[in-house]
Design a protein around this ligand. Structure first.
Ligand code: F6R
Length: 604
């Protein structure tokens, strides 16, 4: 949430910062701004293009800081856009996070006669640094941060120190990129890729002074630290659209490759087994766990819900699922033998991270299913499984969700084979999983039926998604995707729940999207469809190929290949993602950057 980028080097800073902001735009797009020492900050409301338009003539200067904002405190206006200045106008700050005690700090500063130009929490920190500045920028930053409660990833520069950027982190990511003609600082390594793959990650409680050809890392108390640079295993193409109209579409079409990457080297076909190297060190602890707790937010939470069904069904392992925003505040009563598995694409989600920390405090084994390599959660969990889904740029999660489901299949087989799943069953699943990418590749060759259906359903104001068992969480995920990308009001229910209240809402203007694969709850789903049809609700069914009956009860059907039940949720999700995408496009919406959202939710 919010993206920061800084550059200090020998090239003109503005074009580098604008390019970086474009890569970071998915983290927030309410407003953006750039500051180059010696010039006034340049700011604009809305997408980065609006800011770029203000640089018809680039300004000179080889140091600069920039920010793209997801508004937390104060409306998305130019005044509230970062970077913010201190009262002398010579120190500038860009910030990702929230200063929780900003009101009391602000009152203290106002009583000293300091005036504010914005409603933001960030400006308070900028002004605070200004009041404590006595010629040493690093010290002023360190002293100010000692007075602050909250989270931050910050970059600070000044007209008096235009050859350096000071950065610090607590709770919001900061990574330093070591380039040939200068160094960069960002909240996300993807924004550094055009310049370098050599990076140094800051940990919570650390700060750094970055110059053109050096960097120095310290604790906030001033102790010097030595860190070895790491190499980011990402290609710059991975964060470009490569001919697709939108990142969301590109990422859906990457699904076959994503599954290949998620399962690569992790199956032992002849033994019907799975090997997850990241869990080696905790394998005996994990296999002796008597209960699992899965924690995540949004789509990752729904992936966890599917995981629970799979782990209970195939591995016979009692499993619960909690939202990160609940787990961290509630009283958890784990026994010593339980393990917590957090699921997160970004690896930075504040509530998920807080859940990891809270579980660790209780001495519980914490594992991560994480996509972003090197992210905070990847580093703070004791062990884990990387998704290898590649960077996900569209705000709505698609390929990462599919990869999360795939990891749960792998984890389920791993544990189930230890807990009595037969060799034959293990082999069947592992072989089908291996064939899944090609099957989906073939499926994605023709999505014209989804486009046609999208046109028909784009005009409705509401929609309700229903499914049972493995497909109940998929119904929730489908409704979330539709809401995010199309702003159509959508709800989801485990299909059996409808008659306990919500069926009252249905009429001919309230369509139902029913997930109805030919599985062991098929008959029950057909009954539920009959019930909603009796209320005249139009029915769009997601059914499996070969189902001859479904067209008699549904108005429209999108067929997907029939696969092993453990894999069916993966396949059934894809038409829901495409449905949301095509409806969003049909409505002329910005599907990659829906309103009010940001990709990485680092605020609580
Ligand atoms: C929905 C979506 C969000 C995320 C959620 C968790 O399309 O992307 O609901 O799933 O914000 O994010 P991560 O997985 O980064 O922890």
């Amino acid at each position: 949430m919010c993206g920061i980028i800084g550059y200090v080097g020998s090239r003109t800073a503005v074009p580098i910062l604008l390019d970086g902001l474009r890569t970071l735009e998915y983290r927030g797009y309410d407003s953006a701004g750039i500051y180059v020492p010696g010039h006034s900050p340049v700011k604009a409301v809305g997408p980065i293009d609006n800011l770029a338009a203000k640089f018809a003539e680039s300004i000179p200067g080889t140091t600069g800081i920039a920010h793209t904002r997801w508004a937390t405190h104060g409306a998305p206006t130019e005044a509230n856009a970062h970077p913010h200045l201190d009262m002398s106008g010579s120190i500038a700050l860009a910030h990702n996070g929230i200063i929780e005690n900003f009101r009391e700090l602000r009152e203290g500063l106002i009583s000293q006669g300091i005036k504010f130009d914005s409603e933001t929490d960030t400006e308070v920190l900028a002004k605070l640094i200004g009041t404590l500045y006595q010629g040493d920028l690093l010290k002023a930053v360190q002293d100010s941060l000692s007075l602050v409660r909250g989270t931050y990833g910050i970059i600070v520069t000044s007209t008096h120190h235009s050859d350096k950027i000071v950065t610090a982190r607590l709770g919001s990511p900061v990574v330093i990129g070591l380039g040939i003609d200068g160094n960069l600082i960002s909240s996300d390594p993807s924004a550094l890729l055009a310049h370098t793959k050599d990076v140094v990650y800051l940990e919570d409680g650390e700060c750094a002074v970055v110059t053109k050809d050096a960097y120095e890392i310290l604790t906030l108390k001033g102790k010097r630290l030595t860190k070895t640079p790491e190499t980011v295993e990402l290609e710059v193409e991975a964060v470009q659209k490569q001919g697709y109209d939108h990142f969301m579409l590109k990422e859906i079409f990457e699904i076959p490759e994503v599954i290949e990457n998620t399962i690569r080297g992790r199956q032992i076909l002849s033994k019907g087994k799975v090997k997850l190297g990241g869990l080696d060190g905790v394998f005996s602890k994990l296999t002796s766990a008597s209960r699992l707790m899965i924690v995540g937010c949004g789509s990752a939470y729904y992936a966890g819900q599917v995981g629970r069904y799979l782990l209970e069904e195939y591995a016979g392992l009692p499993t619960e699922v909690e939202l990160g925003s609940e787990y961290r505040y509630k009283r958890n009563l784990p026994d010593k033998e339980s393990a917590v598995i957090v699921v997160t694409q970004s690896g930075e989600t504040a509530d998920t991270l807080a859940s990891v920390r809270s579980a660790k405090e209780q001495g519980i084994l914490t594992l991560g299913i994480v996509n972003a390599v090197g992210s905070t959660i990847a580093r703070e969990t004791e062990a884990g499984i990387y998704n290898h889904a590649g960077p996900e740029i569209a705000v709505a999660s698609t390929k990462a969700f599919i990869s999360q489901l795939t990891v749960f299949v792998l984890l389920t087989v791993l544990l189930a084979r230890e807990r009595g799943m037969s060799l034959e069953e293990g082999k069947k699943i592992v072989e089908e999983l291996n064939n899944l990418p090609d099957l989906i590749r073939k499926y994605l060759k023709n999505t014209s039926d989804i486009k046609t259906v999208a046109k028909k359903y784009a005009g409705y104001r509401d929609a309700m998604f229903i499914g049972r068992k493995f497909h109940a969480p998929i119904a929730y995920e489908g409704s979330l995707k539709l809401k995010e990308v199309t702003y159509i009001h959508a709800e989801a229910y485990a299909a059996g729940e409808l008659k306990h209240g919500s069926i009252a809402m249905l009429d001919e203007n309230f369509p139902i999207v029913a997930l109805v694969p030919q599985d062991d709850v098929y008959e029950k789903m057909i009954s539920n469809i009959e019930e909603v049809r009796a209320r005249k609700a139009p029915v769009l069914a997601i059914a499996t190929k070969g189902d001859k009956h479904i067209s008699e009860v549904a108005d429209d059907v999108l067929f997907v290949p029939k696969v092993h039940p453990i894999l069916q949720p993966i396949v059934s999700t894809i038409p829901l993602q495409l449905l949301a995408y095509y409806i969003g496009v049909e409505k002329g919406l910005n599907v990659d950057r829906p309103r009010n959202l940001a990709k990485s939710v680092t605020v609580e």
